[in-house]
Design a protein around this ligand. Structure first.
Ligand code: MSP
Length: 510
């Protein structure tokens, strides 16, 4: 049955150019969106940029630019990156757009109408870098400067502020986490969020008066909305809010918000509370992935080691990068990025295991079968185990993708690819040409089936290369979804001469 599915990335701050950490969330979201489309679901995939707040205002000032001109420029880098990464996003939202300001205003008015907002005074610690408030017990002090747990310096802020009655939602949140086990993943983050909420929630300051770069508070324009209230609202803006009759509103609540572990608190505590308080449904799931270090070091602007994803695509190709990001590290865990590790995955798994299997099989069909696909054949002997594993593979991949366990999903495909490499060596179809032509054809047909299954299931991960492989396998464009795997290609289908899918990289030069 066709269902609606909605996946989001965080909207990225435009204080700086995109790096590989941003590319990571975006690629993961793209894989989910593409996998769901392959299953036949109706999908909405959203990404975009977060353009208000003190941090962006400061970055614009440092660049000597007007904030709007500055955000126009940096946001464009993120928009360009969606093309470089081959993202299939259905929309790209900017928080400076009129539709978004309208949604923020409407949400605020709804919260005010329901008495979820009151005017008071904020006095406390604020980290501009995180755009977050911290309690005194969360801070550490070095050389007279206080720091948040993220390492960002905090400053003392005292100003009039509107507050959201977050404390009132504490029990509701705990109950919600209990009832919806799948709401926060992975488990470690769920525990972290639950213990934070159990330790007691304060009402949340949701407006600022000390700077101007934000959405004005309705009826009190001396205040601008707190950037996280503004930012989180993007997920419903794009679904049409406040027009809950809009066609896109059928996608709400979101199936999953993919976020980094540093921003899980905003998505798993504030966001469902805002929504519930406004009478809207909370999202179904928040998945927090880990952080990449670079060759063992924290990636940071000051260390100057932030990796530009555009350069990586130029050096290794897009699909090897996409594959590496999701294969190297379990989604949810931290990982280390190194060029050597990327080259190893590319050479060993993509070029050797998958690329060679395709090349050997397709070259043999070209040479020994006049480039025509052999007819479907019955499975005998060793064929049975290989084809059984192949038949089970898409279902297993699907389960892992649904859990956002992308590395396990890839492992399921490569398990079958490795088995097929063992099978081709054992069956030696090149030798069968002289001894048993019918068996040679059957073996090549089974190998073709494995390649078709693998290429189909890998499309969300490596769309360009797998499209090329499916072309070489003679699979028509309308027979590339998961359901089409049930219908074998007719024997005699003409296959084009094969060409290599992956270019190996010298490890030393990597
Ligand atoms: N603007 C907010 C999100 C608002 S969503 C309503 C924000 N932006 S960000 O640009 O700072 O970060 C965006 C995402 O990039 C976050 O999910 C963050 O975890 C991720 N990453 C930033 N550095 C990263 C790594 N080194 N590794 C992996 N992900 C990283 O937060």
């Amino acid at each position: 049955m066709t269902e609606t599915r909605y996946v989001t990335t965080p909207i990225y701050y435009v204080n700086d150019k995109p790096h590989v950490g941003h590319a990571y969330t975006s690629v993961a979201a793209d894989v989910l969106a593409r996998w769901w489309r392959l299953q036949g679901h109706e999908v909405f995939f959203l990404t975009g940029t977060d353009e208000h707040g003190q941090k962006v205002e400061k970055a614009a000032r440092d660049a000597g630019m007007d904030p709007q001109a500055f955000t126009d420029q940096v946001s464009q880098h993120f928009r360009d990156l969606t093309a470089t990464l081959g993202l299939s996003n259905d929309d790209f939202i900017r928080t400076t757009e009129a539709r978004h300001k309208a949604a923020c205003t409407a949400l605020w008015q709804e919260l005010a109408k329901r008495d979820e907002i009151y005017l008071g005074h904020y006095e406390g610690w604020y980290a501009v870098r995180d755009e977050a408030f911290y309690g005194p017990d969360e801070l550490t002090e070095r050389d007279g400067v206080k720091y948040a747990p993220s390492g960002a310096p905090v400053e003392w802020v005292r100003e009039p502020s509107y507050f959201f009655r977050l404390s009132k939602w504490q029990d509701w949140l705990l109950d919600y986490y209990n009832k919806k086990i799948e709401f926060i993943a992975p488990e470690s983050r769920r525990n972290e969020v639950i213990s934070f909420v159990k330790s007691g929630l304060q009402d949340l300051s949701i407006s600022r008066t000390s700077f101007r770069w934000g959405v004005p508070v309705p009826g009190d324009p001396a205040h601008v909305m707190y950037v996280w209230l503004d930012a989180l609202t993007n997920y419903i803006t794009a679904a049409g809010y406040p027009d809950t009759k809009a066609e896109r509103w059928t996608f709400w609540p979101a199936s999953v918000h993919l976020v980094g572990k540093d921003i899980v608190r905003f998505h798993a505590i504030y966001w469902p509370a805002f929504l519930e308080a406004a009478g809207l449904e909370p999202p179904k799931r928040v998945f927090a992935h880990g952080w990449w270090t670079i060759e063992g070091q924290k990636m940071s602007k000051s260390l100057g080691n932030a990796i530009d994803p555009v350069a990586l695509v130029a050096d290794y190709g897009l699909d090897p990068l996409r594959y590496f990001l999701l294969r190297e590290v379990p989604f949810g865990a931290d990982g280390d990025f190194s060029r050597k590790a990327l080259a190893n995955r590319l050479n060993g798994e993509l070029a050797d295991a998958l690329g060679n299997l395709a090349n050997r099989t397709l070259s043999l069909i070209q040479r020994n079968c006049e480039g025509k696909l052999p007819a479907p054949a019955a499975a005998i002997g060793d064929d049975v185990a290989l084809l059984d594993a192949l038949a089970a593979m898409p279902g297993l991949v699907g389960q892992h993708v649904e859990d956002q366990a992308f590395h396990l999903a890839l492992e399921e495909v490569f398990r079958v690819v490795r088995a097929a490499n063992g099978y081709i060596t054992a069956q030696a179809p090149w030798a069968l040409k002289k001894t048993d032509l019918a068996r040679m054809e059957a073996v090549l047909r089974h190998l073709h089936s494995v390649l078709r299954g693998a290429a189909t299931a890998l499309q969300p991960f490596m769309p360009g290369t797998m499209a090329a492989l499916l072309d070489q396998l003679g699979v028509p464009a309308d027979a590339r979804d998961l359901a089409a795997l049930a219908t074998p290609l007719p024997g005699g289908t003409a296959l084009p001469p094969p060409s290599p899918l992956f270019r190996k990289i010298e490890i030393e030069a990597a």
